[in-house]
Design a protein around this ligand. Structure first.
Ligand code: SF4
Length: 424
């Protein structure tokens, strides 16, 4: 935890939130809020369980990652240590509506949630107020303004996100434009791109997918219509970015939660474009790259790839609709079998209807006839910001839709104390 500097105290005063007694209380509370005994037992049972023709199959890795666990622990610890002080959080602690709801219920107030709120929210902060930085970090300009107000920080930014910042700052120091494979509107990518310009003269360009990468590659090779290029990437490049000037030396980085295969392809295509433009011998001078997909994202994608090799009737991907890593899990599933991206169990309306997120149209839609008759194998995975209690709710709902008493699953899994298991 870092407590940021105040006007009177330029050196950050360190307060250790993670003392043994605080963390013991935090762990107990976090377990109460987010743990699932049912999920733990299915995991211990080889990640699957079958009762009366219904098989539930879990990916080997899913749900809370180390970065999210740390962010939640720190937010809970801050609440315990700063009992009587107002606590503020920049945006969302992570991308899960239920967790964010819980954080608000603890009296932690959200600030700067929308761009239009930033000025007013920062204005009302007082010297000494405690501000929590979420797991995906915050933009340099927002941090600087909050520091100038004399606030203190509880910084939960994930170390893997900070590694990307380090890389992007180095590119800027060396006069390389950062090409960031990511979502220009996502908090993490906004925070990362702000590091490219924080030292004065750096530049960045965010590319979302392979189509946008192709446009950049074409410009690198052949030049083109500057104005049309700037219009196409509006909102995704630094102030003063000029494709004629700032695509000569490029360094590639990525949002930590992108799809691994796509990120590799973005890097390869840009590298090839630079070879075509400047020749193999000059490549090292013009092109740098660094894979910044985080380990947790990689593990969840790898585990789903393994799960998808099994025969399943459908896949449920559980997580917040604005969660980047969850959306990529859904994308992977869609390529293989009927896949439904849901934020919680309430979306399983009936065997006739499921409400789920279509990330391509950015709409929650309703699908009927999604529930196959007869024996059924349901795969389940979840993004890095989804707690196990929500997975349990989904499993319980699937079991209920199949009209199987949940107690049969308890028996099969050797759960004796049925009453200690959370209810949906
Ligand atoms: S998904 Fe990766 S980068 Fe994001 S908080 Fe988790 S470990 Fe950190």
């Amino acid at each position: 935890m870092q407590v940021g500097q105040t006007k009177q105290n330029p050196k950050p005063k360190k307060i250790n939130l993670r003392t043994p007694d605080v963390m013991e209380a935090v762990q107990a509370e976090v377990l109460t809020h987010y743990r699932s005994e049912l999920v733990d037992h299915i995991r211990a049972n080889g990640n699957q369980v079958t009762v009366d023709g219904l098989t539930i199959r879990l990916a080997k890795e899913f749900g809370f990652c180390y970065g999210v666990e740390r962010a939640i622990d720190l937010a809970y610890a801050a609440r315990k240590v700063f009992k009587d002080k107002p606590l503020y959080l920049i945006g969302e602690i992570i991308h899960n509506p239920e967790v964010n709801h819980q954080i608000k219920a603890m009296g932690i107030q959200v600030i700067c949630g929308k761009e239009s709120d930033v000025d007013a929210d920062i204005e009302r902060l007082q010297e000494g107020d405690i501000v929590i930085i979420p797991a995906f970090g915050a933009e340099v300009s927002v941090m600087d303004r909050i520091k100038a107000k004399g606030c203190q920080f509880v910084d939960t930014t994930c170390g893997d996100v900070m590694s990307v910042w380090k890389r992007v700052r180095q590119y800027a120091r060396d006069q390389y434009t950062s090409i960031i494979h990511g979502k220009a509107w996502h908090e993490e990518t906004k925070a990362t791109s702000s590091r490219a310009t924080s030292q004065g003269n750096g530049h960045y360009l965010v590319v979302f997918d392979l189509d946008e990468t192709a446009v950049v590659c074409d410009y690198i090779r052949n030049g083109g219509d500057r104005e049309a290029f700037l219009e196409k990437f509006k909102g995704a490049y630094s102030k003063g970015f000029d494709p004629d000037e700032h695509l000569k030396l490029v360094g590639v980085a990525n949002q930590t939660t992108m799809l691994r295969g796509e990120t590799e392809e973005v890097q390869n295509r840009l590298k090839k474009a630079m070879v075509d433009r400047y020749g193999e011998d000059e490549l090292a001078k013009h092109f740098r790259s660094f894979d910044t997909i985080c380990g947790a994202t990689q593990d969840r994608q790898d585990a789903l790839r393994v799960l998808l090799k099994d025969k399943m009737d459908l896949l449920l991907v559980v997580g917040g609709y604005n969660s980047s890593n969850t959306s990529h899990l859904a994308e992977m599933g869609e390529a293989s079998l009927p896949t439904f991206f849901i934020k919680n169990a309430s979306k399983l309306k009936s065997a006739g209807i499921i409400q789920h997120y279509n990330q391509h149209t950015k709409d929650e839609i309703e699908t009927s006839d999604w529930w196959p008759e007869g024996d059924l194998t349901v795969g389940i995975t979840a993004g890095a910001s989804c707690p196990n209690n929500l997975i349990e709710d989904v499993i319980r709902r699937v079991v209920e839709l199949k009209s199987i008493p949940i107690e049969k699953f308890y028996q099969k899994l050797g759960i004796e104390e049925v009453e200690t298991v959370k209810t949906a």
